[in-house]
Structure formats: structure tokens, C-alpha cells
Design a protein around this ligand. Structure first.
Ligand code: NAD
Ligand code: UDX
Length: 481
């Protein structure tokens, strides 16, 4: 197939940025331009290195990303707000814009808001003067490609043809670079026509610069679109399943890590993604399952919708169950008590807080009138304030600041605290000087491990009263029984 020489990526977010940076790195013969309507984001992607030569101002934190951007930027990788120019010059355009859950109108709270996808599609149709391959990179409901095709064909100039592909992204945040460098698979969906297969082969050739050909799986468009929702639903379901087991463990004395390990040894189940937690977060799982629920309902499949909805219900319950455990254990009140929350990102190695369990926990603690101190190594302070204030409520931020403080380190967050809550599994929390933290706390000093990362036995020897998700009463001292 004819080689792709110029790629434009519409949307310079968590997916578009890292994905197309890795394409640029592996394909020196391809010029990659990542564009966005948000000039602040583009300026951050173009920010200069700091005094030590590191790119610390990028809008997305991912281990290994800054080094690749530094190596490729200005050579075959560009970040720009000149959207029309980049589209016009490209042979292939990735649409990698956000598809959040709709906030109002039909399907509010469930359906995906496709207006960013639609407006970028209309823009492509309006400015393209040559034929192009348009690739859905955003996660979209099944059959969105059909709408994109209609919009493109109804608005294109004479002689310009568009081939549409679905190429969902499976990277996980925090491990985006290794996930992109050696993906389990690359999925490409196309129409089953000569032109569709030819377009898929051209996109496949881009990935084959570094991904073995046998890992590129080509399917029909609708299967490809649905596979993305399906994969996220199955992954989230595993976490809700193990978190449901965690509740049984806590009530019986079983240990959820042992149960998960025993189950994972079965080759049919496998060991990954079975870590019990305070609850899953992130921008994808909840949104994509709600999307699947909406799709099922609109297809008159209420039983299917109910089945998947339960994965979210279990997750919400896991978060509130954990928060309630904190209140109950602190003698049924945390009013005016200092609670240190360690970690605010939805998982380690990212500064992303979208749907983070820490947000739910902090809101719950606030309602109980606790004084909450938060520390996270990567989340910017402004982001934490934004997540904890209600949009549009003017005086809210003053109230929030009476109850919430941000600490410069984990150790500082814990001074004078009555309880520590580990909300994110950052590695640095495993290596804290727990004895000196204990010395600086009110007694009894409680620690609630929402991620199962600390050595509870060791901490109990220091004097902490420890609760770990999914660890039953038999392994803790009588205070907990
Ligand atoms: P994001 O919000 O970080 O980035 C989207 C970007 O698109 C924003 O910077 C926004 O300004 C820009 N944008 C919106 N409309 C535009 C337009 N018309 N023209 C130009 N730019 C426009 O979102 P994200 O996390 O990168 O997610 C993008 C898509 O990828 C979503 O559909 C998401 O479900 C999917 N996805 C996300 C992840 C993840 O881990 N974040 C993983 C796989 C798939
Ligand atoms: C997810 C999918 O993994 C990825 O394939 C898709 O492209 C986007 O959505 P992401 O949300 O970035 O990726 O991170 P992931 O590692 O899946 O974690 C999601 C949440 O589940 C986090 O809050 C994480 O802490 C939690 N989790 C994960 C658990 O509680 N237990 C586990 O065993 C795994």
C-alpha cells in the first residue's frame, strides 16, 4: 500500500499526545503534527526544558514521555493550534478528542457526548482538499463511524474521498509509553471493501515500523468500536469482582491478596488486574461502562444494561464502604479530626485525577466535618482545588479551604493526624519512615490502606492500628474485631 507520509492528530490530550509522540519516534519517515483547540495545552507541549534539561512542563505526565518529546520535537513531531493547515497537509488524521459522559439532554449521565468528535469531523470535511484516511482513536459508541462517514461524505469537496477506520487505544495511564512501545495488540477496524482493507493496510504499515505484524488485528468497523467498550467493561468487572470478594474477606478473616493469587494461578483467570482497592477511578472505566449501559438500553436490552451497571454500583459501594470504615473506626466521628490523605491521582505514575477515588473519599470526609490534609507527588495543587469545589458555587472554595489543606510531602501531611488514608499506590508511600510518622501523630494512630501496599505487620509493631482493604479481622488486633 501507498506509504503514509504525514499524520495529523486532532486532540493533544492523554491519548493523542503520547500515542502520536511514539509514532513519531518510531517512524522517522513520517511527519506527525498534533493539534488542539486549547492553546494553553499546545503551549505546554511546546514548553522549553528546565535548567536541568528536562521537559517538566508537559501537560501530561507519563514516565518516559518527556525524553521522547525532547528527542523528536521540531524534527518530525510538531504541536500546533493551526488545525486546518495540519489537516489539509495530512494523508491520515487521527481523531483523538474527548468523549465525556453527556451532562444534559437525552442520555444524560450515560451516553457519550459526541459533539467534539462531530465538530472535528465537520472541520476535516470543510478543510480537506485531498483524499484522506480518517481514524477514530477516541472511544466511541458502536456505529459512530457510520455517522462520521455521512458527515464527511455530505460535506466533502468534489474528488475528495475519505476512508474511515476505527483504531481504539488500549494504553493505560502511568504505563502509556511501554504500552505503546509494545502493545498486546493493535486493533484496526475497517469496512469490508477493497478501499476499506487498503486503508487498514496503510495504517497497519505505520504500526509495523515497530509492532510485529501478527499483533495487528484487523476486524470490521463495528467489532473494533465495540471491542474497546468491551475490553474496558471486562477489566472494570474484574476489579468490582475482586472488591466484592474483599468485603467477604473482611467479614470472614480471609485475605483478599491470597484469594486473588489463588484464583489468578488458574490459567483461565490469569494473575493481572485482581488487586483489591478502595475502588477504581480514571477517565475511562466508568464513562465507557455507562456508555455500554446506554447502548444496551437503546437496543432494548435492559438485562444487559443492568448486568453492566452493577459493575459501577459495586465500585461506588466500595468507595463509600471504605470511607465509612474510617468513620466507624475513629469512634464514629471524624468531626474536626485531622485525616491525612496520601495520594490524589486515580493511580500511581500519573498526575490525572479524573474520577479518582480520592475525590470521593475527600468529599465524604468533608461531609463528616473532618480536617483533611492531602499530599500527592504529581497532581498540581490547582487541580486538587478544582476537583474539590463545586463548579459554579461561588463561596464553595472558601468553605473548602477551611477544611482542606495541601501538604508538600507525605510526612508533612501526617503531622498531628489521627488517621492516614492511602488513596493512591505511589511507590514512595511504601518507603516512608513510618516510625517517625507514628511519633508525630495523635494516638491511637490509625492507618487505612486503600491500596494494600504497606506492610501491615510491620506497622502494627510500630504501634499503628491498621486496616487494609480485604484483610479480615483475624489478622488484626482486638481493636478491630
Ligand atoms: P483529553 O481530554 O485529555 O484530550 C482531548 C483533547 O481534545 C483536549 O485537549 C481538547 O481540547 C481536544 N479537542 C476537543 N475538541 C477538539 C476539536 N474539535 N479540535 C481540536 N482539538 C479538540 O482526552 P483523552 O484522555 O486524551 O481521551 C481522548 C479519547 O481517548 C477519549 O475518547 C477517551 O475515551 C479515549 N481513551 C482515553 C484513554 C486514557 O487513558 N485517557 C485511553 C484510551 C482511550
Ligand atoms: C484503562 C484500561 O486499562 C486501558 O486499557 C484503557 O485504554 C483506558 O482505561 P487506565 O484507566 O488508564 O486504563 O488505568 P488502569 O490501570 O486500567 O486503572 C484504572 C483504575 O483501576 C485505577 O484507579 C486503578 O488503581 C484501578 N485498579 C486497577 C484496581 O483497583 N485494581 C487493579 O487490579 C487494577
Amino acid at each position: 500500500p501507498q506509504a503514509i507520509r504525514r499524520i495529523c492528530c486532532v486532540g493533544a490530550g492523554y491519548v493523542g499526545g503520547p500515542t502520536c509522540t511514539v509514532i513519531a519516534q518510531n517512524c522517522p519517515d513520517i511527519t506527525v503534527t498534533i493539534v488542539d483547540v486549547n492553546p494553553v495545552r499546545i503551549a505546554a507541549w511546546n514548553s522549553a526544558p528546565d535548567a536541568e534539561g528536562r521537559l517538566s512542563g508537559l501537560p501530561v505526565y507519563e514516565p518516559g514521555l518527556a525524553e521522547i518529546v525532547l528527542a523528536c520535537r521540531g524534527k518530525n513531531l510538531f504541536f500546533s493550534t493551526e488545525i486546518d493547515k495540519a489537516i489539509e497537509e495530512a494523508d491520515l488524521v487521527f481523531v483523538s478528542v474527548n468523549t465525556p459522559t453527556k451532562k444534559s439532554g437525552v442520555g444524560a449521565g450515560f451516553a457519550a457526548d459526541l459533539h467534539y468528535v462531530e465538530s472535528s469531523t465537520r472541520r476535516i470535511a470543510a478543510v480537506a482538499t485531498s483524499s484522506k484516511i480518517i481514524v477514530e482513536k477516541s472511544t466511541v459508541p458502536c456505529r459512530t463511524a457510520a455517522s462520521m462517514r455521512t458527515i464527511l461524505e455530505s460535506n466533502s469537496r468534489p474528488g475528495v474521498r475519505f476512508d474511515i477506520l476505527s483504531n481504539p487505544e488500549f494504553l493505560a495511564e502511568g504505563t502509556a509509553i511501554p504500552d505503546l512501545q509494545s502493545p498486546d495488540r493493535v486493533l484496526i477496524g475497517s469496512l469490508d471493501t477493497n478501499e476499506g482493507r487498503e486503508a487498514a493496510a496503510r495504517l497497519s504499515a505505520v504500526y509495523e515500523h515497530w509492532v510485529p505484524k501478527h499483533k495487528v488485528y484487523t476486524t470490521g468497523l463495528w467489532s473494533s468500536e465495540l471491542s474497546k467498550l468491551a475490553a474496558n467493561a471486562l477489566l472494570a468487572q474484574r476489579i468490582s469482582s475482586v472488591n466484592a470478594m474483599a468485603a467477604i474477606c473482611e467479614a470472614t478473616g480471609a485475605d483478599v491478596d491470597e484469594v486473588a493469587h489463588a484464583c489468578g494461578l488458574d490459567g483461565r483467570i490469569g494473575p493481572k488486574f485482581l488487586k483489591a482497592s478502595v475502588g477504581f477511578g480514571g477517565s475511562c472505566f466508568q464513562k465507557d461502562i455507562l456508555n455500554l449501559v446506554y447502548l444496551s438500553e437503546s437496543l432494548s436490552l435492559p438485562q444487559v444494561a443492568d448486568y453492566w451497571r452493577q459493575v459501577i454500583t459495586m465500585n461506588e459501594w466500595s468507595k463509600s464502604r471504605f470511607a465509612q470504615k474510617v468513620v466507624q473506626t475513629l469512634f464514629n466521628t471524624i468531626t474536626m479530626k485531622k485525616v491525612a490523605v496520601l495520594g490524589f491521582a486515580f493511580k500511581k505514575n500519573t498526575g490525572d485525577t479524573r474520577e479518582s477515588a480520592a475525590i470521593s473519599l475527600c468529599r465524604y470526609f468533608r461531609q463528616e466535618n473532618a480536617l483533611v490534609t492531602i499530599y500527592d507527588p504529581k497532581v498540581p495543587e490547582a487541580q486538587i482545588w478544582m476537583d474539590l469545589t463545586e463548579p459554579g458555587v461561588v463561596d464553595d472554595s472558601i468553605e473548602v479551604r477551611k477544611q482542606i489543606t495541601l501538604a508538600p510531602s507525605a510526612v508533612a501531611a501526617c503531622v498531628d493526624a489521627e488517621a492516614i488514608v492511602i488513596a493512591t499506590e505511589w511507590d514512595e508511600f511504601k518507603e516512608l519512615d513510618w516510625a517517625s510518622i507514628y511519633a508525630g501523630m495523635k494516638k491511637p494512630a490509625f492507618l487505612f490502606d486503600g491500596r494494600g501496599i504497606v506492610d501491615a505487620k510491620l506497622l502494627r509493631k510500630i504501634g499503628f492500628k491498621v486496616h487494609s482493604v480485604g484483610k479480615g479481622p483475624e489478622i488484626v488486633d482486638p481493636v478491630w474485631a
